[in-house]
Design a protein around this ligand. Structure first.
Ligand code: BDP
Length: 334
């Protein structure tokens, strides 16, 4: 199969030699390496274009020593599974939301605290600086090399029942969340019932009433057609969760220092493209959903939502006292 890269087959051969008690002498990157990339999104999506640019630039700049293929649309599995696959080296690179990443990497959870960032620009500068470095270190400890941060805008609530204007409007609602206990706490603190669920299952669940609503940024709400089955989109912008273009440490360690540097540079360049595409796609997606019948409301007063999240913060800091500094680094910056 095309996806089984040379390095991986060498490693498997190595395991075989070891099993036979024979010496193992596999030179890193002896031949071309083909990387397998995981992506949850459809091919025409800012993340997908960023990943395609990344792997094309890597192939070009390494003169074909490192090539790869991106598997779009979540065909390689759900995000929580793919994070584990990447840590094991079965998937070489991916763009993950830091939302589900928090279950494996506690530092990543800091950006899943509701309303922690004041806006997208602040998120960019913190992620490209000290906060991103701290989260990247936490990821590295878990076998994930963070290469660059992608934008995923701000997430808002949508549902098939009514516009949301206050936390009380969420009461009794069944709301799908990404796989992370923090998001369960977030919905429960407003009196809703949270259902962690894979992204791919949300459309059917909304359609059949298994859940009443979910929350996401406009491009995901649009590209998944959720707007067809949940027509109230209420702009709460309660979560600004960046995404990570990252690589398996197992795959990374097989590459030469020169190719690792090429990969880092290509990753950052792809993030610049992705961030630009993101801004345009957000506007385009809002136009599409409104034309498709979505009823959009701007939540005038977000303070009651922010206030209702204090229990989420208290619990998080109680369970992760060592992350207090990182939380404060973000909360106290402008
Ligand atoms: C999208 C993210 C994607 C998540 C998805 C979700 O880009 O990584 O899997 O939300 O809600 O915005 O699961």
């Amino acid at each position: 199969m095309r996806t089984l890269n040379t390095a991986r087959s060498l490693a498997m051969g190595g395991a075989f030699l070891l099993a036979l008690g024979l010496p193992l002498a596999v030179a890193p990157q002896a031949q071309g390496v083909e990387l397998r990339g995981w992506n949850i999104h459809v091919p025409d999506y800012p993340v997908s274009h960023g990943m395609e640019q990344f792997i094309a630039e890597v192939a070009e700049k390494t003169d074909g020593r490192v090539t790869g293929e991106v598997f779009h649309g979540g065909v390689l599995g759900s995000q929580p599974d793919a994070i584990e696959q990447l840590r094991l080296g079965a998937i070489d690179f991916a763009v993950f939301s830091l939302g589900p990443m928090g279950q494996a990497v506690p530092e990543a959870n800091v950006v899943s605290l509701p309303f922690i960032f004041k806006g997208i620009d602040q998120m960019y500068s913190l992620m490209d600086g000290a906060a991103g470095d701290a989260i990247g270190e936490g990821m590295l400890d878990k076998g994930i090399v963070a290469l660059a941060w992608y934008d995923a805008g701000a997430r808002s609530f949508y549902n098939s029942v009514r516009p949301i204007n206050s936390p009380g409007d969420v009461e009794g609602m069944k709301v799908r969340v990404m796989n992370n206990d923090l998001f369960v706490g977030m919905i429960e603190s407003m009196g809703g019932n949270a259902t962690p669920m894979a992204f791919a299952e949300v459309y059917q669940s909304l359609r059949t009433g298994v859940v009443d609503g979910a929350e996401n940024n406009p491009p995901s709400y649009e590209s998944t057609n959720h707007y067809e089955v949940a027509k109230y989109y209420s702009i709460s912008e309660h979560l600004i969760i960046p995404e990570c273009l990252c690589m398996s440490k197992i795959s990374w360690d097989r590459l030469s220092a020169e190719d690792q540097e090429i990969i880092r540079v290509a990753a950052r360049a792809s993030a610049e493209t992705q961030r630009e595409l993101w801004q345009a796609r957000e506007r385009q997606s809002m136009d599409t959903v409104v034309a498709g019948g979505t009823v959009v409301n701007q939540i005038a007063d977000k303070a009651p939502f922010q206030d209702s999240m204090s229990a989420v913060y208290d619990k998080f800091l109680e369970q992760n006292p060592d992350l207090t500094d990182l939380v404060n680094l973000i909360r106290l910056s402008d």
